[in-house]
Design a protein around this ligand. Sequence first.
Ligand SMILES: NC(=O)c1ccc[n+]([C@@H]2O[C@H](COP(=O)([O-])OP(=O)(O)OC[C@H]3O[C@@H](n4cnc5c(N)ncnc54)[C@H](OP(=O)(O)O)[C@@H]3O)[C@@H](O)[C@H]2O)c1
Length: 179
Amino acid sequence: MYLKMEILKPTRTVAMIAAISQDYAIGKDGNQPVYIKEDLRHFKALTEGRTVVMGRRTQQALPKGYLPKRRNIMLSHCDVVPNEYVEIAHSVEEVMEMTRGDQEVVVIGGGMIYGLFWDLADVLYITHIDVVIGDADTYFPMIGDEWELVDESDRRIDEATGLAYRYCEYRRKCLNNKG
Ligand SMILES: NC(=O)c1ccc[n+]([C@@H]2O[C@H](COP(=O)([O-])OP(=O)(O)OC[C@H]3O[C@@H](n4cnc5c(N)ncnc54)[C@H](OP(=O)(O)O)[C@@H]3O)[C@@H](O)[C@H]2O)c1
């Protein structure tokens, strides 16, 4: 299976986008533990016009049940189509087949789906929020030495929460080794 994905891989970039706390928390009780309003605009700018890939639980938490102006693909073990704007996939391989013609696929979560696509990801668009959640139930994978920080915004303050945050872009080192 891994070899097959490696053959499919070179035709597109796999990006991940997430807002994470200092303790890597991304979810609690089915929602994000903290929201930064400006981050929503950032998220839209990076995902509109692209294909977004999400888990069924993340899809269910979307206010409209899908993200407009994007191709929505939802991973599930079942065949229940939530609405006419969402396509279902049952595996990473199926997603890669469905997006064969895309330049960039953006994985938007949640925790299970970040984990599933982690080894295929080339780019991470991370909003780092200066807060420790402590009692979250969903976490982002650890961003280790295999990632290089290639872009970083200045630190901003969210007016509503008073929290500091910054946008970072990471690229996986030694892309050539991945095929
Ligand atoms: N901070 C952020 O940036 C961010 C972004 C997104 C989400 N979140 C948070 O993350 C949490 C949700 O994450 P989660 O890990 O609980 O759920 P999730 O990743 O959104 O979805 C999990 C579901 O995906 C499907 N799935 C998982 N592995 C699969 C596989 N190998 N093949 C086919 N389908 C598969 C299953 O659906 P079925 O049960 O239908 O089979 C599973 O229940 C929420 O709290 C949400 O707010 C945070």
